[in-house]
Design a protein around this ligand. Structure first.
Ligand SMILES: *Cc1c(COP(=O)(O)O)cnc(C)c1O
Length: 638
């Protein structure tokens, strides 16, 4: 028992510190006086709503966990924040151009998200970026603002090109970004055929390369974009065809989640130099598109660690504006419209995944006997002695011995020399020993490296009602960290150390790395489950990339989605509910036909009657159960 526990003084401040909510919450998330997580879209406590209230509201309406909450205010706030930060930096530095952000659709393509981006973005002329035909078709169905930019990246076929050109003809501020040299010929051909002048942009490969997880898009050998000699060839071709007037935009994308501001600055400087040279070549230009990369501080550490960033949004904006100005002013080149394609920062805060804990597996502490019976075998006796003789001084030796004897005992079992009951007894002693070693270890300043991962080995396993693969795929695929914490009981000391297992029953369906200010934690402090009471956890900042990268592993489908609007008076509306996939839905994704399945199962049931296993009434019950199964939610239902 530690001191806090003895004094019985666990407070909301302690929870705030433990889970780092103030560090990663960006002012949107906090803890209430009664120990629940609050959402404050206005960064103003009076309009804060408890996530637990929303959970009750959702359950009362008959929706089951897991639920993805989307807070439309947070999207609104982030778009405003980004635009205001750029506008502020431009004003302060006396920049002569304007900022026009675009939202890259691939970061979260759900219709509702794009709809809200265009709605909240309108007052800033915030536009869209598309990277495929499908995304362009989606964008054109929702974008109304003709002053907003529509940036067309990606590999383009004739259909895609024609649609871009028609968008220009309709008055959209639409740019056609050349990603590979071969695209130019088709574009010029189609533009001639349709009689529409294109707005051409070029995507360049920079020499600058950034650190981080997702930054392979940058650097000399990145797969997209033109290198400098290809840029010159393109300028010459455009000159020959008398089309240089159409070259208006320079684009690069260094990669996503760039943690270090230095990398951002050096990329802007390099790109602005290219921009200046294109102006000197005689292109009208006017637009500088810096792509994405503005990172989210997932662990709240404010460092250049991959899950963080060592700069604020304000610094990002100021550094960019400064770099562009300093480069262009020396050549007397007018300031361009600055475009960024920030996706992650725009939508990450927007969504929170909520789920309940279904069960907990604990390593039960075992009451050791003082002495062993004479009948107990020598190896088990040795293991028992290891446990008894453990001290801080021989901790490493005890650890090695415990492993050694455990393996020997397992071997003996394999060869039939001890019984299952004896082996079970030895495993209890073994885990007791490991437990004691872990406890002793805490007294050491520098634990031996072998013992570093001991906590996760003895951690509780909290089985939770969600699928990592469906809802937080980057946690599995690239070990990305997201803030995870209980959304209630935050005035109570969380006594258990846990890892999280999902319900896919896949050994990869787990979370055993958690955010920490200085390191990565291998366990998450959680509260003891109280008999029969629900316990809810939230995974935060999951609005970017997670929703459509997710897959149907073990046929767990889309979760229920509830959109929440928080009003300035602190009330909230559930503005939209989207029911998650049913079992029939996910089966149809893998080409099953649920109607066929019912027919076939009915035939099988009829056979069972004929063979005397069941009677007709039982068939009716069984068919009802099968039908309910088909209609059910793919997750654990109460
Ligand atoms: C993915 C992508 C983005 C989004 O980057 P974020 O880091 O999420 O802001 C922007 N532009 C292009 C071309 C992209 O491929």
């Amino acid at each position: 028992m530690n001191k806090t526990e003895l004094l019985g003084r666990w407070t909301k401040q302690k929870s705030e510190e433990l889970y780092g909510i103030k560090n990663w919450g960006a002012g949107y998330f906090s803890i209430s006086e009664n120990g629940e997580v609050l959402v404050n879209p206005y960064k103003d406590k009076s309009a804060a709503v408890s996530i637990m209230d929303i959970i009750s509201g959702v359950l009362e309406r008959g929706l089951e966990m897991p639920v993805l909450l989307r807070f439309e205010n947070l999207l609104d706030s982030q778009i405003s924040f980004l635009n205001n930060s750029f506008n502020e930096a431009m004003k302060t530095l006396n920049y002569q151009g304007v900022y026009r952000g675009v939202y890259p659709i691939k970061v979260n393509q759900q219709q509702q998200v794009i709809e809200e981006v265009t709605k909240f973005g309108q007052r800033y002329h915030h536009g869209l970026e598309v990277g495929s035909k499908a995304e362009l078709v989606a964008a054109l169905s929702l974008l109304k603002d003709k002053e907003a930019c529509l940036i067309c990246n990606g590999y383009k076929d004739e259909e895609f090109i024609d649609l871009c050109l028609y968008a220009i003809k309709m008055g959209f501020n639409c740019f056609f970004v050349i990603e590979i040299p071969g695209e130019l010929d088709t574009l010029l051909e189609r533009s001639k055929a349709l009689g529409i002048n294109p707005n051409i942009g070029i995507r360049i490969k920079l020499a600058a390369k950034a650190g981080g997880h997702w930054t392979d898009s940058g650097g000399d050998r990145s797969i997209f974009g033109l290198n400098v000699s290809q840029v010159i060839t393109m300028v010459d071709t455009l000159k020959e065809r008398n089309m240089l007037d159409s070259l208006k935009l320079l684009h690069y994308h260094l990669g996503s989640q760039i943690p270090n501001i230095r990398d951002i600055r050096s990329a802007v400087l390099e790109a602005t130099r290219v921009y200046a040279e294109l102006v000197k070549e005689g292109a009208p230009m006017g637009y500088l598109d810096l792509g994405g990369g503005l990172a989210v501080d997932y662990d709240g550490s404010n460092t250049n660690y991959t899950n963080s960033r060592n700069y604020s949004v304000e610094e990002y904006c100021t550094d960019i504006v400064e770099a562009v100005m300093s480069t262009l002013d020396s050549s007397n080149i007018p300031h361009p419209v600055i475009i960024t394609e920030s996706g992650r920062t725009t939508v990450a805060y927007y969504s929170v995944l909520l789920f309940n804990v279904l069960d907990v597996e604990k390593l039960e502490e075992y009451e050791m006997p003082d002495q062993l019976d004479d009948s107990v075998s020598e190896q088990i006796r040795n293991l028992f002695d290891v446990n008894k003789n453990l001290t801080l001084k021989n901790i490493q030796e005890c650890y090695n011995d415990a492993l050694y004897y455990r393996d020997e005992i397992r071997d003996m079992f394999k060869h039939g020399r001890i019984s299952l009951r004896e082996r079970a007894f030895s495993e209890k002693i073994f885990w007791n020993t490991i437990n004691s070693i872990a406890k002793e270890k805490q007294k050491l300043k520098n634990a031996p490296p072998d013992l570093e991962d001991l906590e996760s080995a003895i951690a509780d396993i909290y089985y939770c009602n969600f699928s990592v693969f469906q809802s937080i795929p980057d946690s599995w695929a690239i070990d990305q960290l997201f803030p995870i914490m209980p959304v209630h009981r935050l005035l109570e000391l969380p006594k258990r150390n846990a890892v999280i297992a999902d319900i896919t029953c896949d050994c990869d369906g787990k979370i055993d790395r958690f955010i920490d200010l200085h390191d990565v934690r291998t366990t998450l402090p959680l509260h003891e489950m109280k008999n029969g009471d629900d316990y809810y956890l939230g995974v935060f900042l999951v609005g970017a990339y997670q929703e459509t990268l997710g897959d149907l592993h073990n046929l767990f489908g889309d979760t229920n989605v509830v959109s929440v609007r928080i009003n300035p008076d602190g009330n909230y509306d559930l503005v939209k509910e989207i029911h998650g996939d049913s079992v029939a839905d996910v089966l149809s994704y893998v080409e099953f036909d649920p109607k066929d399945m019912l027919v076939r199962f009915r035939e099988t049931a009829e056979d069972s009657i004929r063979e005397g296993y069941i009677n007709a009434t039982e068939r009716r019950e069984i068919m009802r159960a099968y039908d309910n199964g088909l209609r059910g939610y793919t997750y654990y239902e109460r």
